[in-house]
Design a protein around this ligand. Structure first.
Ligand code: NAD
Ligand code: UDP
Length: 318
């Protein structure tokens, strides 16, 4: 599928952080959207601004059980899954179920509809990487029995299932390996580093830097991430995994300083224990995304953080 005008699209996990931006973008492009979500880590409020749009349908369902959409659809974008370490460590079995049964259900829907399928996978499939930056050809370095494995191995299973449906059933699939994305509508308490630091800075509380803060992440503005997902959706026939992220790498300690500076906060930095198996480095190689999708992120991190801080200030002000 090349254009989205008039396309019928299912977005699982559409009431989450990334999903809410994706639903909005798809509606802007003229698609009709079925947002299927169980609100376990998302909420109807994240898509409340879309509720009156004639092309938008919100369906409450656990996609690990079923996806109750009976219409024939043109694309199934599978985002449903807890994504913050705090959430998936609290819901390990639900995470494994949605990555396995949920992915099978989403693929079955795509197979019966003849739809394009896009999996929201993750840079976590690279684990604590021994190759840097990470290219899609890298097989990863994941602890299969550590606490994070419910998410990492869940997504690796989801990728394997996606490729098996492509090979065995001819489903037109795409796999987006999304790197840390941030922006407005992240849950303030989901524990991910950007909302955690901004929330702490705006309240004048210490910023909780894990370990010595020398571990790195590469942060991508959510609308850039969504643009990559939309391009991958349109790019029928692009099958293998494609990294979607920003290659502007920063240490967690540098990020803490940037947040303190841009919020004008007087917060100090407090070191907390490094979580088990916390990846040391993470930065996408974006060559494939450029070549196959003509995609590259455009939002500078400081500007994106500033916008996210402004949004959070408004939320906190009520
Ligand atoms: P999120 O937690 O905000 O959104 C996930 C959504 O899925 C929520 O609305 C949740 O209620 C829903 N969900 C979870 N289990 C479900 C189930 N069984 N049935 C129906 N709905 C269910 O997280 P997010 O950051 O928006 O992430 C969205 C997707 O992108 C996830 O698949 C995640 O793994 C992937 N991803 C995100 C990032 C990131 O930095 N945000 C990075 C890599 C991958
Ligand atoms: N982190 C931190 N303080 C926090 C939350 C996270 O130092 O309050 C660190 C975390 O240990 C990791 C990085 O920030 O090294 C990114 O964590 P996040 O949970 O956002 O995502 P991850 O990339 O680990 O999935």
């Amino acid at each position: 599928m090349r254009g989205l005008q008039g396309a019928r699209v299912v977005v699982t996990g559409g009431a989450g952080f990334v999903g809410s931006w994706l639903c909005e973008r798809l509606l802007t492009e003229g698609a009709a959207v079925w947002c299927v979500d169980d609100f376990s880590t998302g909420s109807p409020e994240k898509v409340a601004h879309l509720a009156d749009h004639p092309g938008f349908t919100l369906v409450e369902a656990d996609v690990s059980a079923e996806i109750p959409v009976s219409e024939r659809v043109d694309a199934v974008l599978h985002l449903a899954c807890p994504a913050s370490p705090v959430h998936y460590l609290r819901m390990p079995l639900e995470t494994l179920r949605v990555a396995s049964a949920g992915t099978v259900n989403a693929l079955e829907l795509a197979a019966t509809s003849g739809a394009r399928f896009v999996l929201a996978s993750t840079s976590e499939v690279y684990g604590d990487p021994l190759e840097h930056p990470q290219r899609e050809s890298y097989w990863g370095h994941v602890n299969p029995v550590g606490p994070r494995s419910v998410y990492d191995e869940g997504k690796r299973f989801a990728e394997a299932t996606t490729m098996a449906y492509h090979r065995a059933r001819g489903v037109d699939v795409g796999i987006a390996r999304i790197f840390n994305s941030y922006g407005p509508r992240m849950s303030l308490d989901d524990g991910r580093v950007v909302p955690a630091f901004l929330h702490q800075a705006l309240r004048g509380e210490p910023l909780t830097v894990a370990g010595d803060g020398t571990q790195t992440r590469s942060l991508c503005w959510v609308e850039d991430t969504v643009d990559g997902l939309v391009r991958l959706t349109r790019a029928g026939g692009v099958t293998g995994p494609v990294n979607i992220g920003n290659d502007d790498e920063t240490t967690v300690l540098e990020l803490a300083s940037t947040v303190v500076e841009l919020t004008g906060s007087r917060s100090r930095i407090e070191h907390i224990p490094l979580p088990e198996d916390d990846p040391r480095v993470r930065r996408p190689d974006l060559s494939l995304a450029r070549d196959l999708l003509g995609w590259t992120p455009t939002m500078p991190v400081e500007e994106g953080l500033k916008r996210t801080a402004e949004w959070m200030e408004a939320v906190l002000a009520g």
